[in-house]
Structures are given as structure tokens and as C-alpha cells.
Design a protein around this ligand. Sequence first.
Ligand SMILES: Nc1ncnc2c1ncn2[C@@H]1O[C@H](COP(=O)(O)OP(=O)(O)OP(=O)(O)O)[C@@H](O)[C@H]1O
Ligand SMILES: [Mg+2]
Length: 610
Amino acid sequence: MRVHLRPSLRPAAVRVIERWVWPAALGVGSAAALSAGLHPHWLDLVWQTRDLTEAQWPADFTRLRLWLDAAELGLAALGAALLATVGGQGRYPAALGVVGLGLVASQVWPLPAALDSGGLAVAWGLLAAAWSRGRFGRASGAVRWGYAFVLVTTLVWAFGALPLDLAGAPPTGVPPVLLWNALLRPGLRDLGMAALLLGAVLAYAEQSPGAVRAGVLRTLVFGGLSLGAAMLFTVVVGGASALLHGAGTLWPSVVAAGLVAALIEPARTALTRSLRRLLYGERDDPSAVMQNLARHLAGVQAGGAPLTGSLEGALINLAEALRLPFVALRFLDGEVISCGQVPAQPPETLPLIAQGERLGQLEVARRRAREDFTKREWALLEGVSGQLAAAAQAWHLARQLGASQERLIRAGEEERRRLRRDLHDGLGPSLAGLGLKLEAARLLLGRSPEKAAEHLSALATEVQGSVGEVRRLVHDLRPPKLDDLGLVGALEELLVGVRQTGLSAVLEVGSLPPLGAALEVAVYRIAQEALTNVMKHAQARRVELRLSVTGGVLDLECQDDGVGLPAVREPGVGSRSMRERAGALSGTLEWLPAPDEGRGTLVRARLPLG
Ligand SMILES: Nc1ncnc2c1ncn2[C@@H]1O[C@H](COP(=O)(O)OP(=O)(O)OP(=O)(O)O)[C@@H](O)[C@H]1O
Ligand SMILES: [Mg+2]
């Protein structure tokens, strides 16, 4: 049987984000960071022109400058986030802390206008240098050289102003200083940023899809956090400055930095969790996947009508939670429950093993041809396959039981038809013939007693034949040993056969009530197969067959001291038919490691008496 399900997957949206939105955001964000870097450069130029000309500027210009600085900070932080995420380091709190410190530092030291973002510049430089240094170590080829270039230019840019700052040299009136500060240094910085951007793009090109996924997530998280932090800074610092009419922005900056430091970690955790769930489902949250699965499977274990629905529900849930395009349970007997689109390439497989018995396999398709599952996802899938196996076993057994009951009914029907045919075509005519011949013998009796005696003795032979025919019919229905020797005798006879192979075999029987014919046949056949398996597989020295009745249930146990069950048992016809026989009587059958002995196997059938 094949069950096919259709999950409501949304990989298309996620693919669009990964392929287009993220690179576009990377480009736009970096361009924004670049222009934010360029913008104060021109503003500084105007500022210095004011110093040079001693012209009076409107007071509003100071406030405008403050707001522009805040906007610059926000954009620069966003750009930093976008760039740093490609590196896969993602130390957000530290990075933002450094930027915040830079801002505070720029407020503490009243630097000349051209350098008033010097602290920020140093922070930026350190951050970028640390990032590209880390990447440099791991990169190769052209990308490595790109990083080296980035490292050098950012360091020069960041620290190029320090000698001037420390000397307290005014940038005014000295053309070479102006040239350096207003044109060359910002130019170098812009070059550095452009190289940084190039490095980021190159790094993006060499990312594996797994890293891209992490990058997308980090970008969104970092971007959101940067925006939040920038807004907080703008509101606190801008608001305080408006209230205090521009006087003293140190304390508001400290407060804003403190607030950002306190809120950043919880905000990051919450944002990461919700974005991850939104974009990639719950595959990174193993406990959520397991909990959901357990909820779905509770219905399967409970059995009953929703059983099939629950297992299918669990598969759909798994496909959606892990964003898998295809998931299937393939049983050994060819039954398949699948969910999603059958992949072009063969899917990954995990064995489905329940209670040491191999049932089949769990098949999962990769999200994309090139994208391998991460270690973490494999661990999750392995856990999931274990849970699914237990439920799949219940599901499969229930289906098998249904099928075997159907087979039994059909077999019963077949048996009746055969009996009718044999009785009608064989025994019926021969009895009718016997009747006719008896009548002829009766008629002969008066005229020729010798001939009648001859007829009668021939008839006696024919009757013997018919009796034999009846016995054959009956024997086909039930092992003759059961009638000849009774159940216990028949089992003892089985053990005689076992002993002939050199095994020591013992039968232990408690007091038994009279057993129904069907139960006797089931016990005999199950014991027969269990003993055959011991001789075939166990390499045992001793086998014990136990039969007892407790609380309306008959227990049949066959315990050996052999090699024990293999780690994964491949069920054959034998164990399937044993299970069917037990199932047909609403009983159960288990394979267990032998207790107390330390080795060997115990097969236990529990069959209700009626
Ligand atoms: N007493 C036992 N000791 C060790 N292994 C056992 C024992 N009984 C069963 N097994 C294991 O269980 C497997 C399944 O048994 P099963 O009777 O279903 O199949 P089979 O004996 O291999 O083939 P078949 O019964 O169809 O001829 C065996 O192949 C064997 O590995
Ligand atoms: Mg067998």
C-alpha cells in the first residue's frame, strides 16, 4: 500500500530570501554604510570651511549635525552587521558595545570637528580589523588577499588620525593637514570600505548553503538589533539634547549605551528564535520538533481509528518543521507512506528500528541537491527516526493484523470449500456406492450366502478406505499429533526431535485448564517455529519450553542460552507467521534477550484463553 501526503511547505519564500533578498540587503546595506561613511566627510569639509572663514553658522546646524551623526551610526552599524555576518563570527553584543563605546568616547574627548567621530573610527577600525584578521586566517586565494588589503586600509584609516588627535593640532589653516584629514584619510577609509564590501561579496560567493542560511539569519538579527540600538541612541541622545538645548550629551550617551548593553542579549535571543522559526521552521530547535512529534505520535500509540491519521500527521509535521521537501517511511514488505514531492535524486535514508527489529527505513530528501544536512540536523533526524520507528511499528502491526485477519477469513473460506469438494466428490460418492453395494449384498444373502460374504468383505475394505479418507481430511485441519497425544504430548514429541540434534531440551508445564482447539494449534505451531529458530540460529546448548496459565492468559515461553538476537533482527516468514497466529487470537508475541542467563533469547507468546 502507498499513502502519499501533501505537506504545506513554504521553501519557495525562503529560497527567494536566500538567493535574492539577502544578497540585495547585503549590497544595499553596504552601500548605505559606504555613503554614510562618505557623508560626514563632506560635512566635515563644510565644517572646516566654516572654521577657515570664521563664518557664523545657524545654531540649527549643530542639531542637524547631531541627527546626521546618529543616522550615520545606525547605517554604519547595519553595514557592519551585514559585513560581519559573512564572516560567520557574529559577536553582536561585543561589536555593538565597541561601537557604543566609540560614540561615548567621541563625546568624552571634545575632539576637533574633523575628528569628532575619532572614537567611532577607532572602534570601527578595530572591529573590521578583528573580523578580517579572523577571516584572513581561514580564507584562501584571492579572498585572502582581499582580506589582507581590507586589514591594512582599515587600520591606516582608523589610526591615521591619532597622531593629530594626540598632538591636539588644530586642523584649520594648515593645507597639508587639511589635505590629509579632509581628502586623503576619508578617501583611504572609503577605499577600505569598498574593499571590505568586495571581500564580503567574495566571501558570500564561497559560502556553503548552510553558512548562507546562518548568514541570512544573522544579518536579519544584526540588522534588527542595530536599527533598534540606533533608534534607542537617537531617541535618548537626541531627546536629551533637545530638552537640554544642546548642552552636554555625555550622560545621555552613557545611559543609552548602558540600555543597549542591558537589552542587547535578551533581544538577540528572542529575535533569533522568532526569525529562525519563521524562516526555517523548527529544525534548529530539536526539543520543539520532538515535542510536536510526540504529540502526534501519542495518537498512533493509542491505536484505534486515528492511528493512520496520526502517523501521517506526524510525517507532515516533520516535513514542515524541518522544511523537508520529501519524507517517507518505507517498510520491508514494500508499504510506503510518503509526504511531499518525490525527489529526482535518491533520498538520504535512516534505518527504522523498533525493539531491535528492522522495520524498514525513513527517507528524507535534501532541501537542495548541493545542500547536505548539518551534523545537528542528522542528530535530530536520528532522534526522530527512533521515535517514528516505535509508532510505525504500532501502525504496521495494526495493518498486518488487519491483513492477516482478512487472510484467515479467506483461508477459512477456502478450507470450507475444499472440505465441501472433498466430501462431495470423494466421501459422498463412495458412501453412496457403499449403500448400493450393501443393498446388493442384502439381496444376495438369501440366494447365495457365499457371494454375499465376498461382497461384504470387499465392502469392509472400502469402508476402511473411507475411514482413511475422513482421517486425511481431519489431519489437514489440525496436526494429527494434537489428537493422538494431546498438546503436552505433542510438545514433548517436538522436544524429542530437538534433542536428537544434541541440544538439551526441557518442557515445563503448569496446571492447564482445557484449551480450545484454535489455541492448541496456535501454541503448537508457535512452539514449533520457536524451536526451529533455536536450532537454526541460536547455537545454544539448552532450550526450555514453558507453558502456564495466569489470570486468563496462556504464557508460552521458549528460552535458549545461545548467541542471542542480532542487534537488528530481519524478520522472516517464521516470525511473521508466529505473530499472525498470536494476533489472530488477540495475543502478543515478543522477542527478548534471555533474562538471568546473560545470553540467549526468550520468545514469549501471551494468548488470552477466550
Ligand atoms: N533463538 C534465536 N536466537 C538467535 N537469533 C534468533 C532466534 N530466533 C530468531 N532469531 C533471529 O531472528 C531472525 C528472524 O527469524 P525468523 O524466524 O522470522 O526468520 P528465519 O528463521 O531467518 O527464516 P524463516 O523462519 O522465514 O525460515 C533470524 O534470522 C535470526 O537472526
Ligand atoms: Mg525461522
